[in-house]
Design a protein around this ligand. Structure first.
Ligand SMILES: [Zn+2]
Length: 264
């Protein structure tokens, strides 16, 4: 599997991905925003786009579909309940499905929370030279969870994290739908001012251009992403001081963090 990540230089800070099979030279365009750019990239690199996968229905994740379809005849794949929400879906996906293309094998995780129809794509270690990979859309970002403000539900997001995200192996490479890492680390540091890993990566990304943001693993994310650190004493202590009436179950902590991030 060869992954090309392209930063879109737009106000929403999207990443577009071209995921290629180096054997058959077939490729998947994931969440194309600039469809023409994805088609050009595939041509330059010698791939034929066969599938588009949309992680969810928000406009900045589907807007490039028509241009890619027009140029390549690619099939559009999205969660089966997104068929009514995304024009031109050819194939509805369900949890546990595998999207196969050449040597590519992407397992579909249904991950509601950001929206009810959101999917993530998981590549097993054995299908990527020993390193698992997660295309997380707007479910998991570097140093944050996705928001639940545009059709989402924070309790579903929490359930998705507990049932499908938290247990993924440390070595899993994270390919999120947006570049929010700088802001998210700044927020993370408001929750854990003494987190030296958050400080370290804040300095690293401050010195890095948007096209070259680091590719992180879930193990690294677990060191600074507050939504993966629900048991952090520092996070809990601060919440307790600020909101004495707040329950301290994991779900309470997750909800409080999401609300604070929304208001930040
Ligand atoms: Zn979205």
């Amino acid at each position: 599997m060869k992954v090309y990540r392209r930063y879109m230089h737009n106000s929403l800070r999207n990443f577009n991905y071209l995921i290629g099979c180096e054997t058959t030279r077939e490729a998947i365009a994931l969440d194309p925003l600039d469809g023409e750019a994805m088609v050009r990239l595939a041509e330059q690199e010698g791939y034929r786009i066969r599938f588009i996968i949309n992680t969810h229905e928000h406009h900045d994740h589907v807007e490039g579909n028509p241009a890619v379809v027009a140029a390549t005849g690619a099939q559009v794949l999205a969660h089966k309940n997104a068929i009514a929400r995304i024009p031109g879906v050819d194939r509805g996906l369900s949890a546990g499905d595998t999207v196969e293309l050449g040597s590519l094998k992407l397992r579909v995780l249904h991950t509601p929370g950001h929206t009810p129809v959101h999917v993530c794509l998981l590549v097993a270690a054995e299908d990527n030279g020993g390193t698992p990979a997660l295309f997380s859309g707007d479910t998991l970002f570097n140093a944050c969870a996705g928001n639940c403000r545009n059709g989402g539900d924070v309790d579903e997001m929490y359930d998705t994290f507990v049932s499908q995200i938290l247990s993924l192996p440390d070595e899993t490479l994270l390919y999120p739908g947006h570049d929010y890492m700088k802001n998210n680390l700044a927020f993370a540091l408001t929750r854990e001012p003494d987190n030296t890993d958050a400080r370290y990566w804040q300095a690293e990304v401050a010195a890095t251009g948007e096209d070259d943001m680091p590719l992180m693993t879930l193990g690294q994310e677990r060191l600074y992403n507050p939504f993966l650190r629900l048991h952090s004493e520092a996070i809990r202590q601060k919440l307790k001081e600020e909101f004495p009436a707040l329950g301290m179950g994991d779900r309470d902590v997750f909800r409080a963090l999401r609300r604070l991030r929304d208001e930040w």
